[in-house]
Design a protein around this ligand. Structure first.
Ligand SMILES: [Zn+2]
Length: 667
């Protein structure tokens, strides 16, 4: 028996969860935890809401509420979504608890005593109108890497680079957009992260063969670039007060304290159990294995920063950090701010959580980004989950119940090859789940179910029952055992329908307690319950009508006339010919175009890579806004912006429809 700690990234409590969170962060650890519990291992699975980030104070300000009101509101909504999706946390807590505050202060003190904390004076952005220092998200400006205009003081949402407010060009205060930001000296505590570089490199260099290549490569590159010491306090009054003189108006930085939630929630859970030392079974036990689940944007916090803090405190280091790639919605990234998302509460209002668990597990973004579409959702549910698995389960159980209402018995399987297949798949699923390869595990189960369907059609018990009732009974016992094995194997993925199947098969107790190896048992006797289909088919037309966004033409109705003809005249748009197309050396979505306007060519950087092939662009006559100020995109200067139309997933270049010379003006 192993002790396994399942740690799941903490969501910000500033909005509801969407499908991207579910596929990237919550479903994988739940499948993992359920498997290990079935296996008989001692699992503790914890997470909670991150209550203290600036996203929350910003939302609170916008909504005229206190940060605590906003955070508690979304914590309640997200706790409910998590429960309804069947995510089996032992504790889903939040960071605004007494337990978390105490643990966070203990970790800070421990690091301090070990010499890893140091007060330093630094220059921080100050808003002279609001008369206060500005935390990172309260500063916006132009990204020095990609020229994105609304980059924040901590990160650029366009190119993904982490930033420091000082690096932003033309920094502005979110509190007073017209205020000139000043940089003033102030004291903060710093964590000496740089001192952990060698320790972490050494830790990474052994026994990490089971890590995902993307995770280990990302981490190694980050470490090789060198680590910089980071401030762990900031000027904000919402968060954990560190109780030091001079720090009354400063709070612990959220990146520093949120990761401590794994530790504090373990202690909190033990306290709730009435056995306050129980957490030590995972944290003071060298044999315990700690797994951290998250989406890829969170990797450095879990492979570098948190391990550095853990090692500074002498606590247990992660065993694996199986970070996922992203789930896309109709091929673009989910976004809270752009409202481009399918929210979990909306989904749960209309559909069955088990269907979503199946669909997300079947497309899980483990190696690369995956794409959610409603068409694909309906197709996979109807054809795979219901057409293959649900169909086999229902055909076998309902036919057996109808023809043998008094019960069935047979001492051995009539199809040894099917038994061998069960054994082989059981082993493959186990291997895949232990290696956090969830998609592969599900595929193996579906393969077994498919093999069952093929055998069932071959043996055709509906013919046998008329010719040889005893042979039919033996066949059905064989297939009922297959259904029983399948429901055990499926439990980590589909806990509710597996339990239902368990009841139709009239098996004792809860399937959760049956044990992983019970999938290999052979039951000689069955007395069945009247079954209902485990799932109902989805209606494609109905769902598409409900879920597709309203027609684009409605958008035009909302356009307000805001600019004058004189404004329009300021735009200098010209026709040019694309003479050369090159890939951007370090951005895989950008092309570099050399465009001829009747004189020397101009270099334009465009995001059409992945949409237009280079040969489709070469020689094209295009319309370009040429009096746009030059802007750099990942180091390449762009001197204009080409015009294209975008709608219903199509991007289409604007082109003149008659022969016209390069440099012609567009009016
Ligand atoms: Zn950027």
């Amino acid at each position: 028996m192993k002790n396994i700690l399942v740690c799941v990234a903490w969501p910000y409590a500033n909005g509801p969860l969407h499908l991207g969170h579910m596929a990237g962060c919550y479903l994988p650890p739940d499948i993992f935890a359920r498997y290990h519990r079935l296996k008989g291992n001692k699992v503790l699975m914890v997470s909670g809401s991150d209550m203290h980030g600036t996203p929350i104070t910003v939302t609170a300000q916008q909504e005229g509420k206190t940060p605590e009101e906003v955070a508690m509101h979304y914590h309640a909504i997200n706790s409910k979504s998590i429960e309804e999706m069947g995510i089996s946390f032992d504790l889903f807590s939040h960071t605004h608890t007494k337990e978390h505050f105490e643990s966070a202060r203990w970790i800070l003190d421990t690091l301090d005593k070990a010499g890893y904390i140091e007060p330093r004076v630094s220059e921080e952005p100050y808003d002279p109108v609001a008369k206060q220092f500005l935390p990172d998200r309260y500063v916006e400006g132009i990204c020095p890497h990609c020229e994105y205009e609304s980059a924040r003081g901590d990160q650029c949402d366009n190119c993904g680079k982490t930033l420091d407010s000082k690096e932003l060009k033309n920094p502005r205060s979110k509190l007073n957009p017209d205020a000139e930001i000043e940089f003033r000296e102030t004291e903060h505590l710093f964590f000496k992260l740089s001192e952990f570089r060698d320790t972490l490199l050494e830790w990474l260099s052994s026994g990490k063969e089971h890590w995902r290549p993307s995770v280990i490569n990302f981490t190694r590159n980050w470490l090789q670039e060198g680590l910089i010491d980071r401030p762990i306090t900031r000027d904000l009054e919402w968060g954990i007060d560190i109780q030091r003189e001079g720090y009354e108006k400063k709070r612990m930085y959220v990146w520093f304290e949120a990761v401590m939630g794994y530790y504090s929630a373990s202690l909190h859970w033990a306290k709730n159990q009435g056995e306050p030392d129980l957490w030590k079974d995972w944290w003071e036990n060298d044999e315990a294995e700690h797994y951290y689940f998250m989406a890829k944007d969170n990797i450095p916090f879990h492979t570098i920063i948190w391990p550095a803090m853990l090692s500074g405190c002498g606590l247990h280091l992660p065993h694996d950090v199986p970070a996922n790639e992203y789930l896309l919605l109709d091929s673009t990234q989910f976004s809270k701010s752009r409202r481009h998302a399918v929210w979990i509460p909306d989904y749960l209002d209309r559909y069955d959580p088990e269907l979503l668990r199946y669909y997300l597990a079947s497309i899980m973004p483990e190696q690369k980004d995956a794409n959610f579409t409603w068409e694909d959702y309906v197709t996979r549910i109807n054809n795979e989950l219901i057409g293959n698995y649900g169909n086999l389960m229902h055909r076998v159980i309902s036919f057996a119940h109808k023809n043998f209402p008094e019960g069935l018995s047979s001492n051995e399987s009539t199809l040894p090859s099917l038994n061998d297949k069960v054994k082989e798949v059981h082993e493959r699923v186990q291997e895949a789940l232990e290696a956090c390869k969830f998609k592969r595990a599900l595929q193996a189960i579906m393969e077994l179910s498919q093999a069952g369907n093929i055998e069932l059609n071959e043996v055709a018990p509906w013919k046998q029952v008329k010719e040889d009732r005893d042979a039919c009974e033996a066949t059905l016992v064989t297939f009922l055992n297959l259904c029983r094995s399948l429901s055990v194997l499926m439990t980590p993925f589909l806990p509710k329908s597996s339990q239902k199947a368990w009841e139709y098969l009239n098996q004792e107790g809860k399937i959760d307690d049956a044990g992983w190896n019970s999938a290999l048992e052979f039951k000689a006797e069955f007395k069945l319950q009247q079954p209902l289909p485990l799932f109902s088919k989805l209606n494609m037309e109905e769902i598409l009508e409900k879920e597709m966004p309203p027609e684009e033409e409605n958008e035009l109705a909302n356009v307000k006339p805001e600019i004058t003809f004189d404004d329009f005249k300021k735009l200098d748009i010209r026709i040019g010919t694309v003479e050369k197309v090159q890939a951007h050396p370090n951005a895989d979505k950008l092309w570099l175009l050399d465009v001829n306007f009747g004189g020397p060519t101009r270099r334009i950087v465009t995001g059409l890579r992945g949409i237009y092939e280079s040969e489709d662009l070469l020689g094209k006559r295009i319309a370009v806004l040429v009096n746009l100020a030059p802007a750099k995109f990942r180091g390449e200067e762009s001197n204009g912006m080409l015009l294209a139309a975008e709608g219903n997933d199509v991007v289409s270049l604007l082109q003149p429809d008659k022969e016209i010379e390069d440099g012609s003006e567009v009016h």
